[in-house]
Design a protein around this ligand. Sequence first.
Ligand SMILES: [Ca+2]
Ligand SMILES: [Ca+2]
Ligand SMILES: [Ca+2]
Length: 527
Amino acid sequence: MHKKFRMGRELVLSLAVFLILLSATIWPDASGPASAAKSRQPLPTRWMAGDGSAKPVHAVPVYTDPLRMIPVEFPAARALSSVRPIATAASTRILLVVEDSLYASIKTKLQRFVQDLQKEGWGVLVYRFGSGTAPSLRAYLRSRYKEKGGLAGALFIGDIPYIVYEMMQSWDNNTSWEYEDFPCDIYYMDVDGAWSDSKTDQDVRPGNGKYDTRSGNLGLEIWVGRLQTSNLTCLGTEAGVLNNYFEKNHLFRTGGLGTAPSALVYDDDDWSGMGTGDKSNMKKIFSGVTEISDAEKTTAADYKTNRLPAPLEFIYTRSHGWPGGHGYYRNSKANFDYVLCAEYVKIVPKALFYSFFVCSGSDFTAADNLGGVAAFNQKSGLLAYGSAKTGGIWVDDWFFETLAQGGTFGAAFVHWFNHAQTTYPDYAPRWWYGMVLVGDAALRPMVWISGTVKTGAGAVVPGVTITFSGNGGKAVTDAQGVYRWPVFCGWSGTATPKKSGTTFQPASRSYTKALANKTGQNYKAVQ
Ligand SMILES: [Ca+2]
Ligand SMILES: [Ca+2]
Ligand SMILES: [Ca+2]
C-alpha cells in the first residue's frame, strides 16, 4: 500500500468529512467550459461495507491463448421491427460471446434470445468462447467492428476474460491520493485505443499485469454487456440463473414482463442537490417519476419498505455502498443503514432497470455483487449499470437523451461516456473507467400500445396490419382482433391500420412522446 495513504488514512477521512461540511454537496471545479450546473463534480461515492470488509486488491486473472471462437448457427428469425430509430446508430450487429463450457446448458433459451434479437432487427453473431486472453478477444472485437457491417456491441455470457486497471486518484484537488484497482470493461468498448501496463506512479507499477495507461483514440466504439452469473450463488447455479434471465428477457420482449412504466429517483444526502436534474432526465422516458432526495426522507427503511416492492420499472439511486449492498443516511448523517444484496433477493423488487451510483456496487468479480443480483434477480431485473470502483455516472443528460430517441442502454452508455470523457477528460478516469453494463445492453425501455379492431356490428377483425412509423415495426391483430405492440419510451409517430378491402376509423392514430402504456387504441373496420 502506498506510504502516504497508509500514514494518512485517518487524516484523509477527517479531511473528507471536513470538506463535506465545508462545501455543501459539491466540490468546486477548476476546469471546463461547460455551464455552471455541469462544471462541478459531485461528492465521490465511498466504500461503506455492511460486513465491515475493506476494499480488496484485485488479483490479475490468468488466461491463455490461442483465441478459440467457435461459431454457432441458429435458424434465423425474420425481423418484425427495426432497431435503428436513431440516425446515429452506426451498426445493427451484435456479437454474443458465450463461454464454451456453459453453452450446452443454456443453448435452448439462448437460441430463443437470439431470435428475439433478430425479430427486433439485429444481426446477431454467436460464438462459443473456447479460450483466449483479454487482448486477443479485444483484437477480435476490433476486427468485427472494422468489417463492413460494423458492430454495435457485444454481450459476454458466462465467465469471459476481464482486465484489471489500476490508478492513483485524488478527490480533493490533489491534496491526498489513494490507490485503486478494478475490473474494467471500458477496455473492450474502446476497441482501437492503446492500452498498456507501463506506468510508474506511487503504487501503480509497470509490468504487474494491471493496465494503467491509455492513449490514442480514447472514444468508445462499441458497448459491452456482461452476463456473468458464476459468482451469483445467492440466486442459484450459473446456468440456472442465466436460463431464468433469458426467460425474463423473453417475457419482457414479448410484453409479459413489466409494470406501469414508472421510475424512482432516490438520491441520498450527499447528492440531494442532484435530485431535480436526475428527475428531469428520467422524465425524458417515463411519465411517472417519483423523486426523493430530501436528506431525511431517503432512508434504508423507506427504500426497503416503500420503494423496492413498488411497481417501478427503473430505479435510479445515488448512495454509498460496496458490492454487498448500499445504504442511506438519516438523522443528519448520524446514522447509516444498509440495504443488502440479500434483501434484494428476499424482497424481489419489480424493477427491470437499475442505475447504481454506488461505490464498487457493480464490481462483477465480487461474489453476489449488487449490480448482478439486481439484474439477475428471480422474477425481475434485466439490466443494471454502475461502477466497479469508486465513482459513478453523472452528466447523464447524454445517457437519457439517447434512450429518449430509442437508443439501447448500450448506445446510451457509449454516447454518454464519449461526451463525458471529452468534456471532462481530467475526471474521466477516476469517475468513469469502472463503469460497466450488467445484463443485456441491447434492451431499451419500452411502452406498449394495444387495442382491438372490430366492425360496426362488433365482430372482431383478425389479420389487420398496424404499421408504426419511424421504424416502429408492424403489429398484426390476432384471432380476437387484438394487437399489442412495443415502442420505445419517448417514441413519436403514427400508427396506421391496413387490410385489403377495408377502411378504418380512425384512419390512423398519432402519438407524441409515448411515455406510458396506451390501451384502448381501437379501430373500427368498415368492410
Ligand atoms: Ca500496471
Ligand atoms: Ca477508441
Ligand atoms: Ca438520507
